[in-house]
Design a protein around this ligand. Sequence first.
Ligand SMILES: NC(=O)c1ccc[n+]([C@@H]2O[C@H](COP(=O)([O-])OP(=O)(O)OC[C@H]3O[C@@H](n4cnc5c(N)ncnc54)[C@H](O)[C@@H]3O)[C@@H](O)[C@H]2O)c1
Ligand SMILES: [Fe+2]
Length: 441
Amino acid sequence: MISDFISDSLRTTALGAAMKGAGLAVRFLPIPQPTILVGPGASGRLGQTIAGFGHKKILIVTDSIISKLGLLDELTSALTAGGAEFVVFDAITPDAPIPLIEEGIDFYTAHDCDAIVAFGGGSSMDASKAIAAAVSNPGKSLRDLAGYFKGLSTPVKIYAVPTTAGTGSEVTVAAVISDPERQAKLVIVDTRLVPKMAALDPCLMTGLPPHITAATGIDALTHAIESFIGKWANPYTDDMALSAVGLIFDNLRVAYSDGKNLAAREKMALAATYAGLAFTRANVGYVHAIAHQFGGRYHTPHGLANAIMLPLVLRYSLPAVTDRLALLAVRAKLGKESEGEDALAQKFLDAVVQLNRDLAIPTFLAALKKADIPQLAEAACREAHTGYPVPRYMTQAQCEDLIRQVLPPQTELEVAPRKAATARKPAVATRKPAPRAKKPA
Ligand SMILES: NC(=O)c1ccc[n+]([C@@H]2O[C@H](COP(=O)([O-])OP(=O)(O)OC[C@H]3O[C@@H](n4cnc5c(N)ncnc54)[C@H](O)[C@@H]3O)[C@@H](O)[C@H]2O)c1
Ligand SMILES: [Fe+2]
């Protein structure tokens, strides 16, 4: 017991120091920032602009829903009017798996392209980034490229048009893709993956269904919060994160219930980009570490996985970040500074829970299986402890406890048969009694 405690606390101290050092390095790492066009018609303006850049042929990477909805029209009309050649690869699926991205690489090569427009949600944008990295580094597989700066050559130029207000991938250094063989997500990180230009066009987002608006909006909120409470936060990332949190509390409910509200859609698009600018420098934390495991194993939509874990991880982190949560509460207009940090931080936690409720986000993960929890927690802790500057470390056992809290209700009954027995008879018998150990003869 004591040795467990000692090793955990030692590990915590060592990891804390290592992360602080890495944070200092990140602070001085120049991360490029795209030129950002904002407002109705921005995707057409992006098309007009890049048509003049002299590309031989541009590959537009998107998904079939987006192309069927006609969301590409303004961009493609502008490219045609500007005399630019382009081809469309619209086969991307959520959390694009490696074989699909390989098809995109072949398509790019077959059409002899020299630039990419990443058009869609995070899945299309990240698939585009992965294609860009792979075509410039033909000797490396996508698995080889996973990790930090694994490609020697600079990826081909990417321009981004997000159609969800969530991931912030239009400004980030990361591409998240799925490895179906390992049931895991892979992350390719390279500052040269940041798109050169991005268009935030609210008109493209008015048809986004409410449940996707909700999940992606909470993804953006999670980026803002995790970057703000993490140990790599700096004055620039703080500004971005605070702005994002303010905009999200003011606009997400409106965008959810009145999807055609252009003003709310535009503010949410800005919020997602601000949150992206924050977390691509200050990184994320346990919410993402756990959400990535849910995504890899159960294909849970990324935003939904974050939304389910966010209140629990915040409650766990509270003792280390009361002052920071209090600042977020003030920015979200939940109270005044004079109320004191404890009260404000609690208000912020309550407001996150209420926001989830208003957006019909469940409090549990329907697909979660009790037997998977140790593996999920182990992978989440490995991810967090090797890359994320979390404000309060947790052991694997603590992580398992958190994940257990989002088991679906039926499983909860199975987990606690005695509690169920008092609630209703007959008890749900889910486990056979353990076989008795044989007495030594
Ligand atoms: N690179 C990063 O920095 C970063 C950050 C966070 C998340 N991600 C990754 O991004 C992915 C999730 O992206 P996402 O949440 O944007 O979802 P998504 O791209 O998977 O899209 C979700 C669904 O919404 C639909 N959709 C998108 N835009 C639409 C629109 N305007 N109208 C109607 N339907 C539309 C898509 O067709 C899809 O079915 C995950 O793989 C996640 O890991 C990346
Ligand atoms: Fe995210």
